[in-house]
Design a protein around this ligand. Structure first.
Ligand SMILES: Cc1ncc(COP(=O)(O)O)c(C=O)c1O
Length: 439
């Protein structure tokens, strides 16, 4: 096997992150403290939100969000089947039911028309759920960092009286607007009741492991903050940093989800470079799109002039009807070329736990079932060199020409032709005002 020439992801940590971590280690305060507070304030300012609670992962943020909203056993939440394990797992943590929704064939985001279609049979009792299951919320995911139509999500939620917990694990920095004459709205800037971000090692900004919950609601913020640290009335920094009372009280049996200052030390500097790193990922994405535009065997992800895309992922879609090779074999051959790739994702309904617990069948979510079988995520990260990008492109092109269907077969209509991506012109501009360096 060839050595890996292009890893799937490589974090972009500068000397400032290193120096801040070292300073934290030397400071004598490692756990949640002044750097975490600074990270929260600066992140809230960057997205334009009132409250930010830094936690140990996006999964923790999602769990705290649902708990604060009072989700209980027997209730239901609309969750896209095209997402990572965490989005639905947190619903199950609280004994509630994730009612899965199919995805849009172009963006892979939750299909709002399908969400509407799912509610009627549920209420008639035609699904494998108790028709009395009250649907109380929805959890849109901005797949890969391409934001959903937030107005459509909000309208749907208002119509069905649902709260919105936005899984924005991929969506920082990202923004949307309804049209060119409207102002930009950043992900987390009142785009949901609570928005949850991830700082996992391969995310757009990283603290190794980490997450953030954002909300405008001070009551929800207070509950999440307390529940992130054992349900205590105030944290250790508040107790020991002078002025705070030693006498905390347990308000509820909470979790242990607080972010450490060691992690936040990375976060404050990653935040300052977030837009710069996004721009480099965007340049990589546009180079992929431009140089793969004439390769009939692949489809590249859409761009939209009304979105600022974080470009966390670049999911290529194979036209398997035009190739003699499966997605898995294609992925394997890319590996042989020294290109590491990933797949986002096997949809939830095709995992044993969800299949067995809720009896979902592949045909219940036809778009996601078909999409995942031909999806392959190419490397995209801010430290990627043009040579690495070109090596990926050349490898994809080489594999396509090596495994191209013969002319006779190619003349047949594409079974999945409806997934063609329309050509849209990209236009992005920096709207994120990142905090200036304070060191
Ligand atoms: C869509 C989505 N939601 C949630 C998560 C969980 O993030 P974390 O690892 O920070 O808990 C991920 C992680 O990759 C994700 O892709």
């Amino acid at each position: 096997m060839n050595p890996i020439k292009v890893p799937f992801f490589c974090p972009d940590l500068g000397e400032q992150e290193v120096a801040e971590v070292v300073a934290t280690l030397r400071s004598g305060w490692l756990t949640t403290g002044p750097r975490t507070r600074r990270f929260e304030q600066e992140f809230a300012a960057a997205v334009g939100a009132a409250h930010a609670i830094a936690v140990s992962s996006c999964t923790a943020a999602l769990h705290l969000a649902l708990e604060a909203l009072g989700l209980r056993s027997g209730q239901g939440v609309l969750v896209p089947t095209m997402t990572f394990a965490a989005t639905a797992a947190v619903v199950r943590y609280l004994g509630a039911v994730p009612l899965l929704v199919d995805c849009d064939p172009i963006t892979a985001n939750m299909d709002m028309r399908d969400a509407e279609r799912r509610l009627a049979p549920l209420r008639r009792g035609d699904l494998n759920f108790d028709p009395e299951t009250p649907i109380v919320g929805m959890m849109p995911v901005h797949v890969g960092g391409m934001m959903m139509d937030v107005a459509a999500v909000k309208e749907f939620a208002a119509c069905h009286r649902l709260w919105i917990v936005e899984d924005a694990a991929h969506a920082f920095p990202a923004a949307w607007r309804p049209g060119p004459l409207h102002p930009w709205q950043r992900g987390g800037q009142q785009t949901a009741t609570i928005s949850c971000f991830s700082f996992y090692a391969n995310k757009t900004i990283t603290t190794g492991e980490g997450g953030m919950a954002i909300t405008e609601d001070s009551g929800l913020a207070e509950r999440m903050r307390s529940m992130s640290l054992h349900g205590l009335s105030h944290d250790a920094w508040g107790r020991y940093s002078g002025g705070g009372s030693w006498d905390y009280q347990i308000m509820a049996p909470g979790y242990k989800y607080n972010l450490t200052d060691v992690a936040a030390a990375m976060g404050v500097h990653q935040l300052q470079r977030a837009e710069e790193m996004r721009r480099r990922r965007e340049a990589v994405a546009l180079r992929y799109k431009q140089r793969l535009a004439d390769v009939a065997e692949v489809e590249t992800p859409p761009v939209d002039s009304n979105r600022i895309h974080s470009w966390h992922l670049f999911p290529l879609r194979l036209r398997t009807d035009l190739l003699t090779i499966s997605r898995n074999a294609f992925k394997e051959e890319l590996q042989q070329e020294g290109v590491a790739t990933s797949v986002h994702w096997r949809p939830l309904h095709l995992h044993p736990y969800y299949r067995e617990t809720f009896a979902w069948q592949p045909n219940d979510f036809p778009v996601a079932t078909s999409l995942w079988e031909r999806s392959i995520s190419l490397p995209i990260f801010s430290r990627m060199t043009d040579e690495q990008v070109d090596h990926v492109i050349d490898s994809v092109k080489r594999l396509c020409s090596r495994h191209r269907q013969t002319k006779t077969l190619r003349s047949q209509p594409a079974a999945n032709g409806k997934f063609e991506i329309p050509k849209v012109k990209a236009e992005t501009r920096p709207i994120f005002k990142m905090p200036m360096s304070k060191t």
